[in-house]
Ligand binder design. Structure first.
Ligand SMILES: CC(C)(COP(=O)(O)OP(=O)(O)OC[C@H]1O[C@@H](n2cnc3c(N)ncnc32)[C@H](O)[C@@H]1OP(=O)(O)O)[C@@H](O)C(=O)NCCC(=O)NCCS
Length: 325
């Protein structure tokens, strides 16, 4: 039996008033830091607290006061993801370190990823604490294609043919997605289980069935090679037109498939009334960043978010090589 959680980490549902107070404080800090999403997200969290569905914890600090609130983002089968907020007056690298240690020891599955810069702590200070505890920092940045920019495809070899995807392609996309992300540190940002096939199926299902706004089959394309799906884009209506996924089978990279798909996808998104297609990219993903810049995407000011992931939990390390056991 796992040990019971220490008394200083308590289920958020026991203290809804404290949680609401800290969420309001967090919202103000995020707005002051220019986070455009702060209001929408805070409203969602407040609704969850009031309905009893908020998943998280309050950390009662050294003087028994509510010193931090932690939110869990979904419960993976092997680890959890979350965000945390240190209350005003409790912001120091030392307290963050102590909180992370206590969270690791609370007898529940370990955290495998943290998202969001903590208001009041500098990025370097926060990086240092997370790194000491084994997490790797990453920056997720939003990019957009300015309205006047058009992507010109290069001719593809005749064995390739491009077509729109339908929900009948779900299994084929999932199986390709598994191969696309095999061994890539990117996987650690989204994975919910160590089983790569199950993970890809869950991701595609989520994207296609409403987990990220409405799926836009008209702006999601596949490229077949001799009849076998070898590259794909998936797009959703999520605060505008979002290219949610792009992947090319390892054997067919650097042949212009991604460029061709981005040309078709952005053109279709515009046809659907989304003049400025967006996407999110991890800054350590040099290939993707290089590709998007080359075809004309630009970084959206204020659109970057810091996350910290435990690559070891996935047998991954930076540099796309599996970690030796
Ligand atoms: C990123 C990815 C989609 C690129 O696909 P691709 O088909 O190899 O890319 P393309 O051949 O269409 O390349 C398009 C442009 O990007 C550039 N590019 C491609 N690979 C590159 C690399 N390894 N380094 C730098 N630039 C690169 C090319 O120079 C090319 O420019 P050009 O058309 O002017 O010559 C592919 O590597 C992949 O599936 N990676 C894993 C999944 C992933 O990271 N997806 C993106 C998530 S945000």
């Amino acid at each position: 039996m796992p040990p019971s959680p220490p008394p200083y980490l308590v289920d958020a549902q026991q203290f809804p008033g404290e949680v609401l107070r800290l969420l309001a404080e967090r919202r103000d800090d995020l707005v002051a830091a220019g986070a455009s999403w702060a209001d929408v997200v805070s409203d969602q969290l407040r609704t969850q607290v009031r309905s009893g569905s908020f998943l998280g914890a309050i950390w009662r600090g050294p003087g028994d006061e509510a010193a931090a609130v932690i939110g869990w983002q979904g419960a993976g089968t092997f680890g959890r993801r979350g965000w945390l907020y240190l209350a005003r007056g409790h912001r120091s690298a030392g307290l963050l370190d102590r909180l992370l240690r206590e969270l690791d020891q609370d007898g529940r599955p370990p955290f495998v990823g943290w998202s969001g810069q903590i208001p009041g702590l500098g990025p370097d200070e926060t990086d240092a604490v997370y790194q000491r505890r084994g997490y790797t920092p990453a920056v997720r940045a939003e990019m957009h294609l300015p309205p006047g920019t058009v992507i010109s495809p290069r001719p593809l070899a005749p064995a390739f043919s491009t077509r729109p995807l339908s929900d009948r392609d779900e299994d084929a996309v999932a199986s390709l997605m598994e191969r696309v992300y095999h061994g890539e540190p990117e996987r650690a940002l989204f994975a919910t289980t160590v089983d790569e096939a199950e993970d890809a199926r869950t991701s595609v299902h989520d994207i296609v069935h409403g987990g990220i706004g409405k799926w836009l089959s008209e702006a999601s394309f596949g490229i077949d090679h001799d009849g076998v799906l070898s590259a794909y884009t998936l797009s959703n209506a999520h605060f505008g037109g979002l290219i949610t996924e792009l992947g090319v089978a390892p054997a067919f990279r650097r042949r212009g498939l991604a460029r061709a798909l981005l040309a078709r996808t952005t053109q279709s998104l515009r046809g659907l009334g989304f003049p400025e297609p967006r996407l999110m990219v991890t800054m350590w993903n040099d290939r993707a960043v290089g590709l998007y810049r080359r075809v004309g995407f630009e970084f959206t000011p204020g659109g970057a978010e810091r996350v910290w992931v435990d690559l070891r939990a996935f047998g991954l390390a930076r540099g796309r090589a599996p970690v030796e056991a």
